[in-house]
Design a protein around this ligand. Structure first.
Ligand code: ADP
Length: 482
């Protein structure tokens, strides 16, 4: 099958969250199954092109009443042959941001409209018409509308679209002028398509128009059909219920493997955890924490957003530290949460450290050096950090929502089974009690704790299983359009 990923993010070139991890890894797993997979991404200003080749002629992409002329660079996903094409337009993508900041981000309609239209022009240019266009969240959700509208006749008549929902919470809405800009027919401006309370919502339109819709865990596939979880689109998701599939994300084991991780001061495996103790000591030293091997160390790596429940962690920091524990946090995002972390770490006393910013190396080092990972999300489509944690023998303490519920197996005191600890209520008390429970296992039943670590590390978490499920979805989609 020929599959074109159209995406705003792709590791290692551009990443704002889990979407980038998925688009950087799933194509490789599909390629390994024998499919012809390619990726299209904008060339943001921060992506260097000196090691890329350039397609000989520029690409004219229809936009608004005219055409935007774009360069196209070509590279590939690391340690693979999956081609990645970069759509280059200084005016639209030359800046330092993936997503425009500021109220309404009005230029993002044109920016990602350009990417979406570019997908069709590039395919024509290459003489490579995909069987499936796999699009991701709102930025490329224009593609299914284009496929069912202006591109429905001609080369793309047999092409299916699959929209993967990584997070329902991000739904920018644009003024009606966005339709003409991107080339969406005016008659689509209706409630059972792209119109949303008088605004243009590409996410909503994409959900209606995609041949099939997937999301990143079975539990989240259920939750988004409920009023609480659907971020205003639960009726749309319910309407698409027969075409909606939840497929758990895997992790990129080339990048996240404690036996080979290039960011770690020492390596370890389920058979030999001694290197993990070295990582813990190193992390304590590096972060200015007291170097004490026996003290439980809690790690947090997160976007600082309401979704992640970090406000609840911040509320209980003192109660957690009072259990003779240490906490290390890494995150960036919400300015108020950033300021809180900065001021809290300023009077740290060897038990708490916070780093505000985005730091790939430190994220790996925290996953490896911590004993527990805290992730009390309000909602979580899939979540990757709890998967990395388990792979690194760091037991996750999570709220039982979305992918967290699907991927963490609750500790069972009767049998000793489990790979982590779950809470249901998002409250300070629930978090403190769950942490206390986890600490009691670590301190009073070290043998069980070590068994849990090993079990977590050995859990299959690669992309091979998910890739096969995506192939099923592609086949079902093709059955629908052909
Ligand atoms: P989301 O996509 O909602 O942010 P996920 O858990 O699915 O959450 O993915 C988050 C990804 O971003 C993980 O790979 C995580 O390690 C990474 N990440 C988040 N914040 C930071 C940060 N401040 N520094 C480095 N990596 C981060």
């Amino acid at each position: 099958m020929r599959i074109l990923f159209v995406s705003s993010e792709c590791v290692p070139f551009a990443k704002a969250g889990g979407l980038g991890d998925v688009v950087g890894a799933l194509p490789k797993a599909l390629h390994a199954l024998g499919h012809d997979v390619r990726v299209l991404l904008p060339r943001y200003g921060f992506i260097p092109h000196h090691e890329m080749s350039q397609l000989p002629a520029p690409l004219g992409v229809p936009l608004g009443a005219g055409e935007a002329w774009c360069g196209v660079w070509q590279s590939h996903l690391p340690s693979s042959e999956v081609p990645v094409y970069f759509l280059d337009h200084q005016g639209y993508f030359g800046g330092a941001e993936i997503y425009e900041k500021g109220p309404g981000a009005p230029h993002d309609a044109a920016r990602f409209g350009l990417l979406s239209r570019g997908a069709f022009q590039l395919s024509r240019y290459l003489g490579w018409i995909p069987d499936v266009m796999h699009v991701h969240d709102w930025p490329s959700a224009w593609v299914p509308l284009l496929l069912n509208g202006p591109e429905s006749a001609g080369e793309f008549a047999q092409t299916a679209s699959v929209l993967t929902i990584h997070n329902m919470a991000h739904q920018p809405k644009f003024g009606p002028e966005a339709l003409a800009q991107v080339g969406i027919p005016e008659h689509e401006f209706r409630a059972d398509s792209i119109e949303d309370f008088g605004r243009v919502n590409p996410f909503k339109g994409g959900c209606y128009h995609a041949t099939m819709v997937t999301t990143v865990s079975p539990r989240y596939a259920y939750e988004i059909r409920t009023e609480d979880g659907g971020a205003g689109l639960h009726q749309v998701m319910d309407h698409r219920g027969a075409d909606l599939v939840g497929i758990l994300n895997g992790i990129d084991e080339d990048v996240w493997d404690p036996r080979t991780d290039r960011y770690l001061p020492a390596h370890f495996s389920a058979e030999d955890l001694s290197g993990k103790a070295v990582c813990k000591q190193w992390l304590q030293q590096e972060m200015g924490l007291d170097v004490r091997p026996e003290v439980p160390l809690f790690g947090v790596v997160s976007r600082l957003s309401h979704q992640k429940g970090l406000d609840v962690i911040i509320d209980v920091i003192d109660r957690l530290l009072a259990m003779d524990a240490q906490i290390v946090m890494l995150g960036s995002g919400d300015p108020i949460l950033e300021a809180t972390l900065r001021s809290r770490s300023a009077w740290a006393d060897g038990r708490f450290a916070a780093v505000v910013g985005y730091n790939e190396a430190l994220a790996h080092q925290i996953e490896a050096g911590s004993d527990f990972f805290l992730m009390p999300s309000r909602f979580e489509p899939c979540g990757l950090n709890q998967l990395y944690s388990q792979r690194y023998g760091t037991l996750p303490i999570v709220r039982a929502v979305g992918g967290l519920d699907d991927t963490v197996q609750q500790y069972d005191a009767a049998t000793g089974q489990g790979t982590g600890f779950k809470l249901w209520d998002l409250s300070a008390d629930a978090l403190v009690h769950t942490v206390a429970w986890a600490l009691s296992v670590m301190r009073e039943q070290p043998q069980r704790f070590a068994e849990m670590q090993r079990r977590a590390m050995l859990k299959p978490c690669g992309w091979d299983v998910a890739a096969k499920s995506y192939v099923d979805v592609y086949r079902w989609s093709l059955d629908r359009v052909r």
